[in-house]
Design a protein around this ligand. Structure first.
Ligand code: ADP
Length: 245
């Protein structure tokens, strides 16, 4: 195994918090793997992915976090600056080096092309659909050619058809560019559609892991797909019960 990211016994508390939101979390990501984190709201998924993004959280942290230099994050709604055009938003994902404007523009156009958004380069976010905005958000993340792509519920606000389309494109990009993906999802269906590995979290801990041994593209109507979903749903339910008791 050749990990690109490693967490070892990570315990984390926000500087203004009174309790730890991650407890002794240990896990690693193999290069070129696709992992999806699932778990109930508030269990620490976003905190974990922010630590993986190296976002300087004002906090107390124990344990070790080892992350790659080249990483990018995609947020739920694309998180575009409304007063910047699509291409300017994508350029924001590139490191700024003086005197390299044409290079930056070339890279940004390439990234927009990857997401089939070339013809919308000059469009403003308000004139784009939710799916198109998220395409720009993903293009911005890809522009800097990250080794690790982090996605925090990127498709949760989109309609099912757009989500299916973006799932296919994300899988193509993952395969063709050899990147490593860590993504948060609140949808088990999405997790089983995309992930090689599903990590189940509960109350700041990793409580289960699954290897999804199915070829792509996956058929959500197949029996085995349903079995993975049912198993994870059962695990989450068990945990909820143990909290209520
Ligand atoms: P999830 O992504 O699974 O919904 P989060 O990582 O967002 O979970 O939150 C985990 C816990 O950390 C929650 O109890 C939440 O209230 C708390 N939390 C999240 N962000 C902050 C913050 N900036 N300051 C203090 N507490 C936070």
């Amino acid at each position: 195994m050749n990990p690109i990211l490693t967490f070892k016994d990570v315990t984390f508390r926000y500087h203004n918090g009174t309790t730890d939101v991650l407890h002794d979390v240990s896990f690693s990501l193999e290069k070129r793997s696709f992992t999806v984190l699932v778990g109930p709201s508030g269990c620490g998924k976003s905190t974990l992915i922010k630590l993986a993004a190296g976002l300087a959280l004002k906090s107390e942290t124990a344990g070790q976090v080892s992350i790659p230099e080249k990483k990018s994050m995609v947020f739920q709604n694309g998180a575009l600056l409304p007063w910047y055009s699509a291409i300017d938003n994508v350029e924001l994902g590139l490191p700024s080096v003086r005197g390299d404007t044409s290079y930056r523009e070339k890279k940004a156009r390439e990234a927009l092309g990857l997401m089939n958004m070339s013809e919308y380069a000059d469009a403003m976010p308000r004139d784009l659909s939710g799916g198109q905005r998220q395409r720009v958000g993903i293009a911005r993340a890809l522009a800097a050619e990250p080794e690790l792509l982090l996605l925090d519920e990127p498709f949760s606000a989109l309609d099912p058809e757009t989500t299916d389309e973006l799932h296919r494109e994300l899988l193509d990009i993952w395969k063709s560019r050899g990147i490593t993906i860590l993504m948060i999802s609140h949808s088990l269906d999405e997790a089983v559609t995309l992930a090689e590995r599903i990590v189940v979290m509960h109350e700041g801990r990793i409580v289960h892991e699954h290897r999804v041994r199915l070829d792509y593209p996956r058929d959500p109507t197949s029996e085995i797909f349903g079995k993975y979903m049912a198993e994870i749903r059962r695990e989450l339910k068990e945990k909820r019960k143990s909290v209520v008791k």
